[in-house]
Design a binder for this molecule. Structure first.
Ligand code: PLP
Length: 550
């Protein structure tokens, strides 16, 4: 549903889209033959600004596909609510550092043949109501397969990235329906094993709202009897059409995006074989130019085989690491000055926090006790840079943004806090490289993986994070960063997360920052022990070997 191709193309909302983009960029580096299908999302996700009261203001974020992509010659159609909806497409080509070219097809219903409401189906990413979303998923899944066929792609395997694309299985089912005349009563209507053999599914979140459910009367009214109703209920759930369950039942290979997420998913969906392939980030995309240059000079080949970063401790001098980091920090300070009019201090430790603003990420946890923060800052000054969008209908997320601005005002004069508006790929790169420490405080086990911390590690920025998602695998206390709430991720520990965070900040993190050599050792630890492992080339090699080629 979403792919982050570049900052100028707003067809993504967060980590899911960035991961899809990194997947393709890595496939390009490895020259794997992959084609991606997504929606053109002409009006983008939304552009965020912040008003005088610290509230999020949302504006459409339109882009012009013709500036970045080529119109495809093919047109296909799907039947929705008895109408014929025509689907065109755009071809965007990812030109990978490694020389590979990966095509991305952006499906577009804004065609003259269509009625006005159908022209709008591919306009807004995650906008509109349930019916709008179902129309989008019909276009993406059923239309997507038809477009690939119209373009003569010979597809060997389908990788369903989250349940949004699961309706593609319905098109595959309908293509392998048995002939009614020869089918005996009680026999299957479709060659289900054949569909399963072609599909692989990655689930990305344990959050219930992240799993689409459509009432069957809505499905019936939009799709009619496209697939036999009883078969559909067997595969996608009795009460409503659950796209995650549909994908589970029709995929040979299913995985979660970190070890602990796979375990959580097994509990949510018992009875399925679920593997873990921990996410990764695309090194060339997420290394600040200062670090790209450093790695090019001392660890050549790092962008294709980031495993060589394991030698970072010995191969990079302390001065070089510090200089590269300082370059990135000064760039972030300049960005904050330009965007927020706030002057951060290059000599004061800078805590970075940016992600989708939503309840389970607990963006306000750091500010639980403002008096305590002031007291710590009076002894050991620090500063904070924040960013993140809340989904326009996520009241809790929007309230969190407002609260963060309230805390920022309360702390004025003691702790400098900047909030960079309109979090996007470019802001993310500036922040993960320019901050001194990367903070994450989700509510376990809700953070399936998390990837911004991996980006920080690649730029020598240690993580200070609750043990959840990838950090449970990447954390070595005092070596790659620090675990909030200690090693024990039990319920008791979580209640004390804020206290643990303050204790770490006051007694471990800030004192170590003042001892430059000790700090740089942890920076190098993040590079050698995190960045060498949590990258998308490893991830793609595993998908290729364990799923696509099976
Ligand atoms: C990396 C990234 C994310 C995901 O970060 P998490 O740590 O998984 O929350 C979200 N948005 C943007 C723009 C990113 O670059």
């Amino acid at each position: 549903m979403e792919i982050a191709l570049r900052t100028e193309i707003p067809t993504y909302s967060g980590g899911l889209g960035v991961l899809a983009g990194d997947t393709l960029r890595s496939a390009g580096d490895l020259r794997l033959p992959l084609v991606a299908v997504t929606l053109v999302s002409r009006q983008g996700y939304f552009r965020q600004s912040i008003d005088a009261d610290g509230r999020q203001v949302e504006q459409p974020d339109p882009w012009q596909p013709e500036h970045w992509a080529d119109r495809l010659p093919a047109k296909v159609s799907v039947a929705i609510d008895g109408r014929t909806v025509w689907i065109g497409g755009w071809l965007y080509v990812i030109e990978a550092v490694g020389g590979g070219h990966e095509p991305v097809i952006l499906l577009d219903t804004d065609l003259e043949e269509n009625q006005p409401e159908d022209r709008a189906i591919t306009n807004f990413l995650y906008g509109g109501d349930q019916a709008y979303r179902l129309c989008q998923e019909i276009v993406l899944g059923i239309g997507g397969i038809r477009m690939l066929e119209a373009l003569n792609f010979d597809v060997r395997a389908y990788h369903l990235n989250e349940g949004h694309s699961a309706l593609l299985t319905l098109e595959l089912l309908s293509q392998c329906a048995y002939d009614e005349d020869v089918r005996r009563p009680g026999e299957a209507r479709y060659d289900i094993p054949r569909v399963r053999a072609q599909c692989h599914f990655t689930t990305h979140t344990p959050i219930e709202a992240g799993h689409d459910r459509f009432p069957y009367d809505l499905v019936q009214s939009l799709l009619d009897d496209f697939v036999d109703g009883e078969t559909l209920r067997q595969l996608a759930g009795r009460t409503d059409l659950n796209t995650t369950q549909l994908a589970f039942n029709l995929s040979e290979y299913v995985n979660g995006v970190a070890e602990s997420h796979a375990e959580t998913t097994k509990r949510m969906f018992p009875g399925y074989r679920i593997t873990a392939i921990t996410n990764g980030i695309h090194p060339h995309t997420w290394a600040h130019p200062a670090f790209s240059r450093l790695y090019d000079a001392h660890l050549p080949g790092w962008w294709l085989e980031p495993e060589v970063l394991i030698r970072a401790d010995a191969a990079l001098s302390d001065d070089q690491v510090w200089q590269s980091h300082t370059e990135a920090k000064l760039a972030l300070i300049a960005l904050v000055r330009a965007e927020c009019g706030i002057e951060l201090d290059p000599d004061v430790p800078l805590i970075g926090y940016a992600r989708r603003m939503t309840q389970y990420k607990r963006p306000e946890l750091f500010f639980t006790d403002l008096e305590r923060l002031k007291a710590i800052a009076a002894q050991q000054p620090f500063q904070v840079v924040l960013a993140g969008k809340a989904h326009p209908r996520d009241a809790g997320g929007k309230r969190a943004i407002e609260m963060l601005h309230g805390f920022k005002r309360t702390l004025e004069g003691t702790v400098k806090v900047a909030f960079l508006p309109n979090y996007a790929m470019a802001t993310a790169l500036a922040m993960v490289a320019g901050a001194d420490v990367w903070l994450n405080t989700p509510q376990p086990p809700m953070e399936a993986s998390g990837t911004s911390g991996m980006k920080a590690a690649l730029n020598g920025v240690p993580n200070l994070s609750v043990l959840d998602g990838w950090w449970k695998e990447g954390h070595i206390e005092g070596v790659t960063g620090w675990a909030i709430g200690g090693n024990q991720a039990d319920a008791e520990a979580h209640r004390n997360d804020a206290a643990s965070l303050y204790q770490l900040l006051e007694s471990v993190v800030l004192p170590l920052y003042a001892r430059r050599d000790g700090w740089i050792k942890v920076m190098k630890g993040a590079i050698s022990r995190n960045a060498s492992l949590f990258h998308s080339l490893r991830m793609m090699r595993r998908y290729a070997a364990e799923a696509y080629l099976e």
